[in-house]
Design a protein around this ligand. Structure first.
Ligand SMILES: *Cc1c(COP(=O)(O)O)cnc(C)c1O
Length: 374
């Protein structure tokens, strides 16, 4: 059996090697390392794939969130509502910009922002909402967007884990995550569903005004070279990464399908198990399974992780400490009651899921998980 990994980027690369090697060599030959033609090509292709008017490339998913928030002209102390149960980047940028993160709980089944809890957390100071499509499952965007419209609050979707996910609205319209809110952001970190071979990120919007502003922010606050209108930053997607992403974008729907085959296998193996809750699939969207995350009941999670590690099966805890308990946010000194987040933090475990898994590996993983959880 081939070694089991959380993600298998080596074998994924082998399948595209000829194309990718050529694309990288072409960039080398052109020497257009910054803002070469593949960057604009990739933005055009991604904007077509997502059906969104503007795609602004940037250096990583954290920068994407930061630039999006900067474009909203918020004031120090303004509140930004975000889930506690997410990767730290989502909430860190809020604090970095002098804004106040307000943590909300997640739905116990989808692991995504609880919309009723968002409603309860809105105050006159709430100036943005940042939902996270966690593990590849979309937030209930129809409910969130109608709540945000009620209070006229902009929504920035952190789509780092769910690129390619489709949300179906009650009137039948379909939209891709990241294109539903005011602004959407994503990351091309190598292990993400659409991963580069280094860092990368992008921002999406249908607003001409915000797109122009975010382009300026990402380029030292400048639209015209050496004339700087506002304080910005330096955040670029480099040409080599864009050339690679251009090839991988064509595979994204196949990658999502391959991840779903893995998820279906796991679902079947763990169906109706008294100690194992498999991930929910919300009725309003598909799931792109960036992670496949179980919730354990009456199972020693560390024991299971160690038992699997002994058999060379990796398993990860995403995330062991929720935002509202992170030391970096101590100064906000706010007591949160986030029961679903706390419960999940103690019980979740993510199994290997990627585009290159075979049945032998899946059987070995599920047999061992079932053996430990019997
Ligand atoms: C990966 C990730 C980010 C940050 O992306 P980087 O490219 O690593 O900066 C932000 N939010 C979420 C939910 C992520 O998973």
């Amino acid at each position: 059996m081939r070694a089991i990994q959380m993600v298998d980027l080596k074998n994924q690369y082998q399948k595209l090697k000829t194309q990718i090697d050529k694309a990288v060599m072409d960039v080398m030959e052109s020497a257009a390392f910054i803002n070469g033609k593949p960057v604009q090509d990739f933005c055009n292709n991604l904007s077509e794939y997502l059906n969104v008017k503007h795609v602004i490339p940037c250096a990583n998913g954290t920068d994407a969130l930061q630039i999006a928030l900067m474009a909203l002209d918020l004031q120090p102390g303004d509140e930004v509502i975000t889930p506690s149960f997410t990767f730290i980047a989502t909430t860190e940028v809020v604090a970095l910009l002098g804004l106040t993160p307000v943590f909300v709980d997640v739905d116990k089944d989808t692991f995504c922002m609880d919309i009723e809890d968002v409603r309860k957390s809105i105050t006159p100071k709430t100036k943005a909402i940042v939902p996270v499509h966690l593990y590849g499952q979309a937030v209930n965007m129809e409910a969130l967007m109608s709540l945000a419209a009620e209070y006229n609050i902009p929504v920035i979707e952190d789509n780092a884990q769910a690129i390619g996910c489709n949300v179906t609205f009650s009137n039948g319209t379909k939209k891709k995550t990241g294109t539903i809110g005011t602004i959407g952001t994503t990351s091309f970190f190598p292990s993400k569903n659409l991963g580069a071979y280094g860092d990368g990120g992008a921002i999406f919007t249908n607003s001409d005004e915000l797109a122009a502003k975010m382009k300026i922010i990402a380029s030292h606050g400048s639209a015209k070279r050496y004339y700087h209108e506002i304080v910005g930053c330096n955040s670029r997607l480099d040409t080599m990464q864009a050339a690679i992403l251009n090839i991988k974008l064509k595979e994204l729907d196949n990658y999502i399908a391959a991840r779903n085959v893995v998820a279906d296998y796991y679902d079947t193996a763990f169906a109706n198990h008294p100690k194992i809750q498999t991930p929910a699939r919300a009725p309003y969207s598909n799931h792109v399974f960036h992670q496949y995350t179980l919730v354990l009941e009456n199972v020693d999670r560390n024991g299971l992780q160690a038992f699997l590690a002994e058999k060379n099966i990796p398993a990860m805890i995403y995330y062991p400490v929720p935002g509202h308990k992170q030391q970096m946010f101590e100064k906000y000194n706010i007591q949160y009651e986030l029961p679903a987040t706390d419960r999940l933090t103690e019980r979740v475990i993510s199994l290997p899921i990627h585009t290159e898994m075979d049945e032998e590996q899946l059987k070995f993983i599920t047999d061992n998980v079932l053996e430990y959880c019997k």
